[in-house]
Design a protein around this ligand. Structure first.
Ligand code: HEM
Length: 211
């Protein structure tokens, strides 16, 4: 029986982007899971929403951690080539996690800090998160694999808002910008540049062609 090679060539730029993204995703998943079991680590935003909407908050946070954790591995070409069944199982988990976390995020958006800019920033992000993930799932079911990958890149760029928010907020506070001024801007900054970068990534000229 001839052996079938499952080596998948990957460009260095893609490997580096994946490594950086996955590192930050794992750090934030760990932080978020620790926050659930360690109330002393919970921010005032967390305790505020915990008092108003506990079911939505915990659904959002736990399912969000699942989406952030599973989503990164969906981009591994090696996993797709060697273990397609695992990719499918993790993909379904990602879609269910986004559906739960996004719906809960949408419910929390009108109560978020940051006034109207906060409500619309988080609400818009939640809607786009649900829509891009639904498009990725539909494309996968229809075996439109290129489309599926493109929508997953957009969807996960939004998932990564959980990382960028936790980088920008402390940076702004350290820069002396008060929370009340920083937070409404962060409600948009945490995801709009991510989507712009995702579109740039999708449009960039490519030397490699591997599928
Ligand atoms: C990408 C779509 C997401 C949307 C639309 C969204 C929306 C929200 C909203 C509206 C709040 C409440 C903010 C406030 O009350 O001021 C919130 C808080 C929170 N979210 Fe998300 N979120 C998203 C992704 C995630 C993910 C992927 C995670 C987990 C990894 C996560 C973890 C949390 C946590 C822990 C809080 C509590 C506040 C804190 O401690 O920072 N979110 N989110």
């Amino acid at each position: 029986m001839p052996s079938v090679s499952t080596h998948v060539p990957t460009a260095p730029s893609r490997r580096i982007a994946w490594g950086v993204m996955t590192f930050f995703a794992i750090v934030v998943v760990t932080m978020v899971l620790l926050t659930i079991v360690t109330p002393a680590m919970q921010s005032p935003v967390y305790t505020g929403r915990r008092d108003d909407l506990p079911v939505a908050l915990y659904t959002h946070v736990i399912a969000g951690a699942v989406a952030l954790g599973t989503g990164a591995f969906q981009f591994s070409r090696r996993l797709r080539a060697r273990r397609l069944a695992v990719h499918r199982l993790m993909g379904r988990s990602y879609v269910v996690a986004v559906a739960l976390s996004g719906t809960a995020g949408l419910a929390m958006a009108p109560l978020s800090d940051g006034g109207l800019a906060g409500h619309f920033g988080f609400g818009g992000m939640a809607l786009l998160w649900l829509i891009t993930t639904a498009c990725a799932f539909t494309a996968a079911r229809a075996r439109r694999i290129d489309d599926h990958e493109r929508w997953m890149i957009r969807s996960y760029a939004l998932t990564l808002a959980a990382v960028t928010l936790r980088l920008y907020l402390p940076a702004m506070l350290v820069a002396g910008i008060p929370f009340d001024s920083a937070y409404p801007a962060i409600a948009w900054l945490c995801w709009v540049p991510n989507l712009v970068i995702a579109e740039w990534w999708l449009l960039r000229p490519r030397k490699e062609s591997v599928r």
